[in-house]
Design a protein. Structure first.
Length: 316
């Protein structure tokens, strides 16, 4: 797998260009899914949170199903990108999804994007570009050592379960943030397991059957969806979306460095400082744009629910 080697080769290879375009497409489809699904998830009663019944109720809503289809397209693009490039290259680009979600949300609700949102968008985009240029993520393997997976996987599961347990015991922004973090970590783990799945497809269509990673992928992916919908259901979109969008790429990048031996290039205090500033810019952009998405969409679903209740009452 390759990363960004523009400074070493004098230009981007076709392989890296394809991975970049696929990553951007992934961000778009996930952003569309984000907008469609949170509009519906917010309307489901709280008693369905973190239960399979939540998904049962959501699949009865056409707009949520359209979001699920967008999720599938996004996953296909993500899998293709991970088959071409390192996790630590692909995943940071997905943070741009929060920017795309804001503009899609504004289109759905017919509300303007404010000047401060544009500034945050520039910060996010500039931070991503600076990070990818400076660290030049490369290398790594498609399959992690089983011993490392056992240790890191156990720690990851403990953190995810801990966030879910803490989220169940709280309400409001704290609950939305904790569940968002849990979902983001689950999605980050899913990225690495997807990379393994793509590797096994090289042995044939059914080359994955005898390996554990695809089954673990199903657990983390489905679990991540349920937890993410529960985070959206809280109605505190800025906390839920911000936590999920920030934690997912960061956790995936860290796991890629630890489990797959992917590499980033940082030499000297100046470059390290630039990388630190770029990461801070990305996180700042995600936080501000998550609040902007909350402002653009936050009271849309409750209004729709109120209208639905009024209609039902009139019918009754």
């Amino acid at each position: 797998p390759c990363g960004l080697r523009a400074r070493d080769t004098g230009g981007m290879s076709a392989r890296v260009a394809a991975a970049t375009l696929l990553s951007i497409a992934t961000a778009f489809f996930y952003a569309l899914s984000n907008v469609l699904e949170l509009l519906e998830a917010e309307q489901v009663p709280d008693e369905y949170a973190l239960k399979a019944g939540l998904i049962v109720r959501l699949v009865q809503r056409p707009r949520w199903l359209l979001g699920l289809v967008s999720d599938v397209f996004g996953y296909v693009c993500q899998a293709a990108a991970l088959g071409l490039a390192a996790v630590v290259f692909v995943e940071p680009i997905l943070a741009s999804g929060i920017l795309l979600a804001l503009f899609l949300g504004a289109a759905f609700t017919h509300r303007p994007v404010q000047r401060g949102d544009w500034f945050a968008a520039i910060m996010l985009s500039g931070g991503l570009a600076a990070f990818l240029y400076e660290v030049s993520p490369t290398g790594g393997s498609d399959i992690g050592a089983r011993a490392r997976w056992l240790v890191v996987g156990t720690i990851t599961c403990v953190v995810v379960v801990g966030c879910i347990a803490a989220g169940r015991a709280t309400t409001g922004p704290a609950r939305a943030s904790l569940l968002g973090v849990a979902a983001g970590i689950a999605f980050g783990m899913s990225a690495l397991l997807t990379k393994a799945l793509m590797h096994y497809f090289g042995d044939g269509v059914f080359g994955w059957v005898n390996h554990w990673e695809p089954y673990a992928l199903a657990v983390f992916a489905i679990g991540g969806v349920i937890v993410a919908q529960s985070a959206f259901q809280t109605g505190v979109l800025s906390a839920a979306v911000g936590a999920t969008e920030a934690t997912g790429p960061i956790s995936a990048a860290i796991l890629g460095l630890v489990l797959l031996h992917e590499r980033v290039s940082m030499h000297g205090a100046k470059q390290t400082a630039v990388v630190a500033v770029s990461i801070a810019a990305v996180l700042f952009g995600v936080a501000v744009l998550a609040q902007a998405e909350d402002r653009v969409m936050g009271d849309k679903a409750p209004n729709a629910a109120a209208r639905a209740d009024g209609t039902e009452g009139a019918a009754g």
